[in-house]
Design a protein around this ligand. Structure first.
Ligand SMILES: NC(=O)C1=CN([C@@H]2O[C@H](COP(=O)(O)OP(=O)(O)OC[C@H]3O[C@@H](n4cnc5c(N)ncnc54)[C@H](OP(=O)(O)O)[C@@H]3O)[C@@H](O)[C@H]2O)C=CC1
Ligand SMILES: Cc1cn([C@H]2C[C@H](O)[C@@H](COP(=O)(O)OP(=O)(O)O[C@H]3O[C@@H](C)C(=O)[C@@H](O)[C@H]3O)O2)c(=O)[nH]c1=O
Length: 290
């Protein structure tokens, strides 16, 4: 049976993948988080791969605290760059396909039309730079890789903008939210489905040795575009929460890390290659699990 290893499995994407495995019963899964497999520990990664020998590794493990990364760049680079490198090296040893998740924050946000995979990254934060370095290591080490850049991920799990807005609404009557940073929210369940589609397609084409055409970088988010303010408005509308929500410019909400002013991703390559259609962001579905 084809074996799939998922790292960082207690994070929001890891938990969404775990939640949909019953739709893909033909695979064997191993879900591990840092307590069982620390991707920064090269020896531990090698030993784990020697024992488990996965056919696919989905790396959802990451350091995702964007503002904290500015003063903790060592840790951010260790997880997001060196961790990715360790996985790529072990994947190479075991002929494992690495599906690695990256971010819209590798871009500087100076474009005004959607970013495609040939646009040059130019990160403006430590988090973005560490994720880009992870991509570069993987590309240099391992041919059999699929890097998927996504954006503004939300889910019922872990920490994300939807949960932050709902939490703040419990104690505040007024909320100021940035209206001039434009991107696209991504339901982590939709991304989880997209990742499984990559594996299904890869398995289909591998039989004819045609899977080689899949390797490389892809963009995946929900369709459409909005500001953080639009996103917040939608969250409160669908939850029927009455709050005084005010649009503000980026200058009105200073943060340690700079964020791209525009980071909409062009999904054409993903949709065409993997024959996959993607929901619009405003089909926002969300039930808080914890
Ligand atoms: N969240 C977002 O908005 C976006 C995320 N992405 C990318 O998508 C991917 C998934 O993100 P998301 O699910 O939100 O991330 P989360 O932060 O929710 O989950 C990441 C998981 O990785 C774990 N982890 C941290 N360090 C290590 C380590 N050294 N070894 C193994 N596991 C570790 C974390 O554990 P702990 O919590 O204990 O640190 C956590 O369980 C990441 O690559 C992220 O960069 C891209 C765009 C947007
Ligand atoms: C809480 C809050 C945030 N904001 C702004 C700040 C910021 O520009 C934006 C989002 O803030 P957050 O800190 O929730 O989200 P942030 O950590 O910036 O989200 C990013 O995470 C990483 C991991 C990614 O890869 C990105 O794609 C993106 O999802 O909203 C407000 O304007 N008002 C508020 O009350």
């Amino acid at each position: 049976m084809i074996k799939i290893l998922v790292t960082g499995s207690l994070g929001q994407l890891g938990r969404c993948i775990q939640d949909i495995t019953d739709q893909y019963p033909d695979f064997e899964y191993k879900f591990v988080d840092v307590d069982e497999l620390d991707i920064c520990n090269k020896e531990q990664v090698q030993l784990f791969f020697d024992n488990y020998k996965p056919d696919f590794c989905i790396n959802t493990a990451a350091y995702t605290a964007v503002d904290k990364a500015e003063e903790d760049s060592r840790k951010a680079f260790d997880v997001n760059a060196n961790g990715a490198k360790n996985l790529a090296e072990s994947c190479l040893m075991h002929n494992t396909v690495l599906i690695h998740i990256s971010t819209d924050f590798v871009f500087d946000g100076t474009k005004t039309i959607p970013y495609n995979e040939t646009d040059l990254p130019n990160p403006i934060s430590v988090y973005g730079a560490s994720k880009l370095q992870g991509e570069r290591y993987i590309e240099a080490i391992l041919q059999k890789h699929i890097i998927i850049r996504t954006s503004w991920l939300y889910s019922p799990f872990g920490s994300n903008f939807v949960k932050t807005m709902l939490r703040l609404a419990e104690t505040k009557s007024v909320l100021n939210v940035i209206n001039d940073q434009i991107g696209t929210p991504t339901n982590a369940y939709d991304l989880a489905g997209g990742i499984m589609q990559v594996i299904v397609k890869h398995v289909q084409l591998e039989k004819n040795s045609e899977a080689i055409q899949f390797y490389g970088t892809y963009h995946f988010s929900n369709e459409g575009a909005c500001s953080w303010y639009d996103f917040a408005k939608k969250i409160f509308d669908i939850n029927k929460i009455n709050i005084d929500l005010r649009p503000i410019p980026t200058s009105g909400y200073p943060t340690p890390a700079k964020r791209p002013m525009y980071s909409v991703l062009d999904k054409t390559k993903f949709k065409r290659t993997f024959d996959f259609s993607i929901n619009n962001w405003d089909k926002l579905t969300f039930k808080s699990k914890n």
